[in-house]
Design a protein around this ligand. Sequence first.
Ligand SMILES: *Cc1c(COP(=O)(O)O)cnc(C)c1O
Length: 338
Amino acid sequence: MDKLCPIDLRSDTVTRPDEPMRAAMAAAEVADDVLDGDPTMATLEAETAELLGQQDAIWVPSGCMGNAIALMLHLSRGDRFLAPCGAHVLENELGTSSWLALGAPQALAWHERGRPRPEDIHAFASGEEPYFALRTRLLCLENTHMVAGGTVTSLEEHQRLVAAARKASLSIHLDGARLCNASVALGVSPTELAHDVDSVQICLSKGLGAPVGSVLAGSAAFVEEARRMRKMLGGGVRQGGIMAAAGRHALTRRKELATDHNNAVQLSRGLRTLGWSVNDPETNMVLADVVDISTTLQRLRSVGVLAVPVGARVRFVLHADVSAGDVTEVLRRIRNAL
Ligand SMILES: *Cc1c(COP(=O)(O)O)cnc(C)c1O
């Protein structure tokens, strides 16, 4: 291996479609999805609805659009919504929850990495507020939690949070960009992890390796409205079957996410041996505490190891285009250079 050939651990979005995926895309049966439906899109949407235990589903070009549509449908002007601190809908979607969905965001503290407490939902939505208080309407969960380092919410915790939200008459949206990682890590089906939510979004373009696309699932009535909203946002596409075929192929790769999780454990162990302070990865992300983030990232780049900052920590993400051998090579480069 060329020493300077970069190993890209910035994100699981950098994966490129492999040959079988490209072949599936090339062979896809297609039609105009805006006019009267694309058959491959329809199949992907039906399969994903079933995978997530929802009545119906709709393909969207990105996870951000899936979340934006969900929040636009769940919230009215000035409604408050709750989401765990650092959630993608709070920090990484350019405020669309406010300027498109007109919601008032409220971050929930973590009681443990990325996981809020059911009691805190009650604190913001007791049902006993006076008429002039903010009205809380929605709980937005994130599993796995990205900023916390790909941390997993267990089925029991999910159920407790859902029960607290229901008690407060809140709707529930699950940002499941990496729900399949959580499912594989826990050995629990995506259906169970999306139990009793009103809507759920999963990304096909992260660890699952599709070049583009997410799927938003919910009730038939919700998805019917979501289809109008997607069109308003410019997200209706014509012969989308080419992308849906990539998505269908991506979903067959779910079990392979376990390889990324194993590689994350190998990387964290190796870094610890080299004296680094790192998390115990729950899925495909390794977070490292460093003294000087920009110097560290620059040194890593100089030896062909690409990573990104998350706050003051270095984030390494394992994905399908990084093998166990690449992890060994990353550790070798870091040992020699830092
Ligand atoms: C990546 C991500 C999204 C958004 O997906 P895009 O396809 O990049 O718009 C939403 N939520 C979480 C937790 C993510 O990691």
